[in-house]
Design a protein around this ligand. Sequence first.
Ligand SMILES: C[S@@+](CC[C@H](N)C(=O)[O-])C[C@H]1O[C@@H](n2cnc3c(N)ncnc32)[C@H](O)[C@@H]1O
Length: 293
Amino acid sequence: MKLFAMDNNKINLTQEQLKKIANYIQKEGGILLDKNRLMRFKRKLENVLIQNDIKNFQDFYHRLRFKKDVHLKQEIFNAVTINETYFWRENNQFDYLANILLPTYITQGKPQNIRILTAPCSSGEEVYSIVFAILENREVFNNLNIELIGIDIDSFMITKAKRAIYTKRSVEKLPKKYLKKYFKEINSFYHLDRKLRNYANFLQGNIFDTNFINKLGKFDIIFSRNMLIYFNDNDKQKAIEIFHRLLNSNGIIFLGHADTNMINHKLFIPLKTGLHIYKKDYIQNDLNNTNQN
Ligand SMILES: C[S@@+](CC[C@H](N)C(=O)[O-])C[C@H]1O[C@@H](n2cnc3c(N)ncnc32)[C@H](O)[C@@H]1O
């Protein structure tokens, strides 16, 4: 049986083989790849096989599914993620966070240690936008201990986020005053001030990986923007439940404008509907506590 059409080190994955890879990706990472997306990523997936010197689809599939080859799995994920992001995207939420929500932690005597998770963070623009918004409110910056963690399934994006060097396109929507204040332009690339890089931590991880998620601890605030749109309804629901578990009581979640249709109103109640901000529901907290007792 011919598994690949091989031509001078070229691999031509068949529709059936692509479908098997797509099923694996959806099962492991939630990412839905319809026919169009699969065709768009076909070449990248074939390159993963070529670069790993894999000549036979069965070997490839066996390494992925049964040998649990983490390196290969990572490369497959890196090949199919859509990482579109930029600084100051849906910036009303950063304004709300820094100027309305966080000050309440000071005035209402809430805990002064605030943990914020950005899941997913892609190449870091969203996390650093949060840093800028907080730095601009000195009262918040001086009075709260804020820990910021960004996670993404794509290891290449995490490397980019840590390096924090951006193209013009990434910073286009950022107000010029911040560009001037927080970046150095070198050969048309924008290098984030080294000091600011230390305000955030970045980790590669899959939100459906229970071991990884359990190690993160609890958060007061979660940003999850523009990831749920790539999942099917069932995985969207699972992700929302995971975020609910990750949040402390009274925790807040910020979603992207296209992500809100799946918000489970038994788990979250709207805080600012127009801004797609939700609050962990008390009733459900009580139920969780009862179940654990
Ligand atoms: C379009 S970007 C959104 C980035 C940023 N939140 C924003 O709104 O600008 C979507 C990101 O979700 C990540 N992603 C997809 N599935 C994931 C999963 N199961 N766990 C963690 N990250 C995931 C992708 O790698 C990609 O970088």
